[in-house]
Design a protein around this ligand. Structure first.
Ligand code: 1HN
Length: 381
């Protein structure tokens, strides 16, 4: 690539059948440069690669260290209007130091101290929270207090008011996923401050939110609602449901009936109860359970994912990297890099006796644009 202040170097033109370098050709390239023009034939290899070459790289962040740093931030840095959230984002090492886990996805650890409030606001970015440990925080969405506990998944579609409160005597950490890099690059973001304080009526800790009373009944939707808006109207997917769905898939697998992704590998997708589609317009979320000793087949997909180990231990392979992982660890799978998992969980390090992996990805965008491709390599394990 030629930048504005480097001299034109014609010998760098890699396209075949290029003419001999003459003063006339040099002057042509000088003209291009002066007028801020770039000929396709010098760039095509980068612009149109034969298969996706992600700008992001595979990377692993250890939960122990993230939680330690988030706890330090809890002691040193207040949360309030302006900064809005004590959220500390994963910065992919090849995305220029920006708080971008992948070219489309933001992932952060958020930390709230006992009694603390994160103020109300709304934004066009679609978001979710996932809780790997702790309890006692609730998030207030459009005035509906939604409790957050270990294993719960809470989608937060864009432009809904939301605030968080920690009602306990313990700090609490969770992860946030948003489509910030996508909206940042596509210049579609709006943001508004809400009330500085949530109302007293919203400071109760209900066992279930109003949204769950309306929407959290399998296969049943309220007749009264005909348009629930963009994104799932169900604001919390409780762990007990996810856990049972995975256990039931594996039970069927044991009995020899179909239902799992592959032997020893159960998975569910969080779905919008109104549409059956993804929970958010831009983000897909799933939970995978891989039984001890199972090695999954390597999969390559367009689009990027972020995983968090919810429970158990094992090793994950992303492209050239293989890492041993334990509860809470987060890692990125860039576009088109082969990904596979081996569960090494023992009964002592996991409630289910398996490796449970939470995953979120930008798949809905790729599917909407028909850019989704997936291949599974060598199904013999
Ligand atoms: C946000 O509103 C939350 O509501 C978390 O918890 C992370 C990152 C950037 C911008 C807004 C939240 C965020 C965020």
């Amino acid at each position: 690539m030629t930048s504005a202040n480097t001299p034109v170097r014609l010998q760098a033109v890699a396209a075949p059948d290029q003419p001999e370098v003459t003063p006339a050709l040099e002057s042509l390239y000088e003209g291009f440069k002066e007028e801020l023009l770039v000929p396709l034939w010098t760039e095509i290899g980068d612009l149109m690669p034969p298969y996706p070459r992600s700008r992001a790289v595979a990377h692993l962040w250890r939960w122990d260290r993230l939680r330690q740093l988030a706890a330090q931030a809890g002691e040193l840095v207040p949360v309030g209007r302006g900064g809005e959230r004590r959220a500390i984002a994963l910065a992919n090492p090849s995305l220029g130091g920006r708080p971008f886990a992948t070219p489309t996805l933001w992932a952060a650890i958020q930390y709230l101290m006992p009694g603390e409030d994160a103020p109300e606001h709304r934004h066009t970015q679609h978001a979710f929270r996932f809780v790997v440990e702790g309890e006692g925080v609730w998030t207030v969405v459009n005035g509906d207090p939604v409790p957050m506990n270990r294993g719960d998944f809470l989608p937060q579609a864009g432009w809904n008011w939301h605030a968080h409160h920690n009602a306990t005597r313990e700090p609490m950490a969770w992860i946030d996923g948003l489509d910030i890099p996508f909206q940042y690059n596509n210049e579609s973001q709006f943001f508004e401050f809400g009330r500085d304080q949530i109302g007293e009526a919203e400071r109760i800790t209900p066992e279930r939110s109003r949204s769950e009373q309306l929407w959290a009944h399998p296969g049943l939707r309220p007749v009264s609602v005909t348009d629930a808006g963009a994104g799932s109207p169900l604001l919390a997917y409780k762990w007990e449901h996810t856990d049972r769905a995975l256990a039931d898939q594996l039970d069927l697998d044991h009995q020899g009936f179909p239902g799992v992704v592959e032997p020893g590998h159960a998975a569910v997708r969080y779905a919008d109860p109104m549409t059956g589609g993804d929970v958010l317009p831009t983000i897909r979320a799933e939970m995978h359970r891989v039984t001890t000793g199972t090695q999954t087949a390597p999969v390559r997909e367009t689009g990027s994912s972020v995983y968090q180990v919810f429970d158990g231990s094992g090793s994950v392979t992303v492209g050239e990297h293989t890492w041993s992982v334990v509860r809470g660890d987060l890692f990125v799978v860039p576009s088109w890099q082969p990904f596979s998992v081996r569960s090494e969980s023992g009964a002592t390090d996991s409630d289910s006796g398996a490796l449970d992996l939470f995953r979120f990805s930008d798949a809905p965008m790729f599917e909407a644009l028909r850019l989704n491709r997936v291949i599974t390599e060598g199904l013999d394990r």
